[in-house]
Design a protein around this ligand. Structure first.
Ligand code: SER
Length: 630
C-alpha cells in the first residue's frame, strides 16, 4: 500500500501519540546550544541534554518529525538514495520504556499499520564486544524473531553476514560496533569523554524481495556476498533504534543514569519502501518539481543517466536550500551560509547540463513550499525571502558561470594550481568544491593546499584593509552593545542559578538600547525569581570581576564546563570567556564560562545597573527576557 509523505508523517505521529508520547515540533536546522555541529543532522541532536538526564519539560516520552541536513552528503547526491535534506521520524524514551516496547511498536507501526511486507523486512542487532565489556544484544534478536513468528515466518539469525551472505530464512543479523553502534561521533573509539551512545537495532527493506530485479547480480558488488549492509542497492536502511544507555568515560563506558531509547527513521525512505521503489526521488514530494524540470528541459527523468543525475541534484539541493533559508540561513561565505550558496550554485551548474539557462530555482522552491507548508509554517511565512534569496544567488552565479566554465576549460589541460582555483572563486564565484568536482570529471587534480594559502593571504589582506577603515569607528553604540553582550552572559548564568541547569540560551539579540535573551524554561518567572536574577547580576557587577578570554581546545573548554553556543567541532580551537578568575566553571571565584567569540567589557563594574523589563513566552518551553542597563 502506498501513502504520501505527509500521510506517513501524520500516521507516525498519531501512532506515537497513542503510545503516550508528547509530540514536539521539529527544531530548527541550525542547532541551538550544540557546538558540535553546524546543522541538525538527526532527530536525536536536539534531545542530547535529555538523554544525558536533564528532565524534558514534556515528560519521558517524546516524538517528532525532525528536519535534518547532512552537508557531508552534498556530493553524494545523484544516486537513487542520497539526499542532503530529509525528515527523520523519531521517538525517545528518557529512562521510560526500553527494548521490548520499542521493538514491538516498530513492528506494529511498520507491519501492522503501514502494511509493509514482513518478508521484505530485515533487522540487525549488536554482536557484543568483550573488550568494551558491552554484551551481545540477544534480547532484541529474540524479540524480533518472535514478531516474525507471529506472522507465520520462522526466521533465523545470521552470525556472519559479511562473509556468509544471507542464508535461507535469515532475517536478523548480528554485526559488530562498526555497524550496530550509534553515537554522534560514530564508533566507540571515536567518542569523546561524556558522549552518550549505545548499541542499536537497524531496520531494512528489501527492494528485490522476489529476486526478479537481480539488483545484486547486476551491480558492481556482484562478486561479494550480498547482505543487508551491502551497497548494491537491494537493501535500504529505513530506520534505527538506538538503545542509548552508555556514556564514554576516560577508561571505557559507564551506564547513563537512565536507559534511553533513541529511534530515528527516514520518512522519505519509509515512503519509498511502501512504494517498493528504491528511488527516493520518485516519492510524491518531488512530483511537481520534477514536472517543471521535465517541461523546461524537454527531457524525461529516468531517460538517461546525465538527465536523471542532474535532476536529482537540483531536486535535492533546492529543497534543502528552501528549508535552510526558511530557517534564516541566507547564502553567504561563512559557516552555514556557505552551504546554502554551494547548494544553489551547484544546482545552477547542473541545470546548465539540462539546458535550463534561465531562472528556475524559484519555481522549484515554490513546489516545495506548497508541499510542506502545512507541516512547516515558516516556509509560507518566509516565502518572500526564500524566493528572493534564491533568485538573487541564482542570477548572480549564472552571470559568471558561462565565462567561468570557459576559463576552466582553458586551464584544464593540467592540474589546477591554487592561484587558478582562487581566481575561479574570486572572478567567477566558483566554490572550491565546484572546481574540484569539475576537475575530477576531467580526471585532473586541484592544488588544494596552495588554494587555501592563497585564500588565507587574501583574507588577511582584506582584514587589514577593513581594520584600517573602521579604526576608531567603534563609538558610543558599539560600546553599549559590548556591555549588553557581557550582561547577557551574566543573565544566562543567573537564570541557571535561580531556575536550574535546564536553562540554556535559545537566542539572543542586542541593540544599543536593550538586550533580548531567549532561553529554555517551561514556566513564567515569578516576581521573586526575577528579583533574584536581577540581584545576582547586580551583585556580580558590584564585585567588578574581570572578564577573561582564553583560547583552548574544544575538548578542554567542554571539560572545564563552558556552556553556550559555538560553531565548533571536536578538535577545533575555540574561544571562551569567563567572568571571574579560576579554571573551571563553578570554581569559587568564577561566575560564568561560555563559548563565545566576544567582544566583552574588561570588567563587570562598568555595566551600571541591570534591570529586567519584560519576561514573556516565545513558544512551548521557551521564555524571553528583555533587560536594560542604566
Ligand atoms: N540517532 C539515531 C540516528 O540518527 C536514531 O535517531 O540514526
Amino acid at each position: 500500500m502506498s501513502y504520501t509523505t505527509s500521510e506517513v508523517r501524520s500516521k507516525f505521529l498519531s501512532f506515537m501519540k497513542e503510545k503516550e508520547h508528547a509530540i514536539v515540533p521539529s527544531a530548527s536546522l541550525i542547532p541551538e546550544n550544540d557546538p558540535t555541529t553546524l546543522f541538525t543532522g538527526s532527530g536525536m541532536q536536539p534531545m542530547v541534554p535529555y538523554l544525558l538526564g536533564q528532565p524534558h519539560p514534556l515528560g519521558t516520552r517524546i516524538a517528532d518529525s525532525q528536519k535534518s541536513f547532512r552537508s557531508q552528503d552534498i556530493e553524494e547526491v545523484g544516486d537513487n538514495r542520497h539526499t542532503t535534506f530529509f525528515e527523520m521520524l523519531g521517538n525517545w524514551s528518557f529512562g521510560d520504556y526500553f527494548k521490548e516496547d520499542q521493538i514491538q511498536w516498530m513492528w506494529e507501526f511498520l507491519i501492522d499499520e503501514l502494511k509493509l511486507e514482513p518478508k521484505n523486512f530485515y533487522v540487525t542487532c549488536f554482536k557484543g564486544n568483550d573488550e568494551l565489556s558491552i554484551p551481545r544484544d540477544t534480547l532484541s534478536a529474540e524479540l524480533w524473531q518472535k514478531l516474525f513468528k507471529g506472522k507465520g515466518l520462522d526466521v533465523k539469525v545470521g552470525e556472519n553476514p559479511e562473509v556468509d551472505g544471507i542464508k535461507d530464512d535469515e532475517h536478523i543479523f548480528y554485526y559488530s560496533e562498526k555497524k550496530n553502534w550509534w553515537s554522534r561521533a560514530g564508533v566507540p573509539a571515536n567518542m569523546p569523554e561524556g558522549e552518550p551512545g549505545g548499541p542499536d537495532s537497524e531496520m531494512f527493506y528489501d527492494f528485490d524481495g522476489d529476486g526478479t530485479k537481480k539488483m545484486h547480480e547486476t551491480s558492481i558488488y556482484k562478486d561479494a556476498p550480498c547482505h543487508v549492509n551491502c551497497d548494491c542497492g537491494r537493501f535500504l536502511e529505513i530506520g534505527n533504534n538506538v538503545f542509548m544507555q552508555y556514556k564514554k568515560t576516560q577508561n571505557g563506558f559507564e551506564e547513563l543514569p537512565q536507559m534511553n531509547v533513541d529511534h530515528g527513521s527516514g520518512l522519505e525512505r519509509y515512503v519509498a519502501a511502501l512504494r517498493n521503489d528504491p528511488d527516493v526521488f520518485n516519492i510524491d514530494v518531488f512530483d511537481k518539481a520534477k514536472e517543471i524540470l521535465e517541461n523546461r528541459s524537454d527531457k524525461k527523468y529516468g531517460h538517461d543517466e546525465t538527465t536523471t543525475y542532474a535532476m536529482r541534484v537540483i531536486l535535492d539541493h533546492i529543497r534543502a536550500a528552501t528549508f535552510l533559508i526558511g530557517d534564516d540561513v541566507v547564502p553567504g561565505n561563512k559557516d552555514q551560509m556557505y552551504f546554502v550558496r554551494r547548494l544553489i550554485r551547484r544546482s545552477v551548474r547542473f541545470a546548465r547540463n539540462l539546458a535550463i539557462n534561465d531562472s528556475f530555482t524559484k519555481d522549484i522552491a515554490q513546489t516545495f513550499i506548497d508541499v510542506y507548508k502545512d507541516e512547516y509554517k515558516n516556509l509560507e511565512s518566509k516565502k518572500g525571502i526564500i524566493i528572493s534569496e534564491l533568485e538573487k544567488e541564482e542570477e548572480k552565479f549564472r552571470k559568471t558561470l558561462e565565462n567561468g566554465i570557459k576559463e576552466f576549460e582553458k586551464i584544464a589541460d593540467a592540474d589546477i594550481s591554487g592561484v587558478n582555483a582562487f581566481n575561479l572563486l574570486q572572478s567567477y564565484g566558483f566554490p572550491i568544491e565546484l572546481t574540484e568536482e569539475l576537475a575530477k570529471e576531467r580526471g585532473i587534480g586541484v592544488d588544494r593546499v596552495s588554494f587555501d594559502e592563497e585564500k588565507k593571504k587574501h583574507s588577511e589582506e582584506s582584514r587589514t584593509a577593513s581594520a584600517g577603515k573602521f579604526k576608531g569607528g567603534l563609538g558610543g553604540d558599539g560600546e553599549m552593545e559590548v556591555k549588553y553582550h557581557t550582561a547577557t552572559h551574566l543573565l544566562h548564568e543567573a537564570l541557571r542559578l535561580v531556575l536550574g541547569d535546564h536553562v540554556l540560551q535559545k537566542g539572543s539579540n542586542i541593540t544599543p538600547e536593550r538586550l533580548r535573551f531567549d532561553f529554555s524554561h517551561g514556566e513564567k518567572l515569578t516576581d521573586e525569581q526575577k528579583k533574584k536574577v536581577e540581584d545576582i547580576v547586580n551583585d556580580v557587577i558590584a564585585q567588578d570581576l574581570p572578564v577573561i578570554r582564553e583560547e583552548v581546545s574544544y575538548d578542554e573548554a567542554r571539560s572545564r564546563g563552558a556552556i553556550g553556543l559555538f560553531d565548533a567541532k571536536y578538535g577545533d580551537m575555540v574561544s571562551i570567556y569567563h567572568v571571574g578568575e579560576g579554571k573551571n566553571r563553578g570554581d569559587k571565584n568564577m561566575f560564568s564560562m561560555e563559548f563565545c567569540g566576544g567582544p566583552h567589557v574588561e570588567r563587570t563594574g562598568v555595566l551600571g545597573t541591570f534591570k529586567i523589563q519584560k519576561e514573556e513566552s516565545v513558544s512551548q518551553g521557551i521564555r524571553r527576557i528583555k533587560a536594560v542597563l542604566s
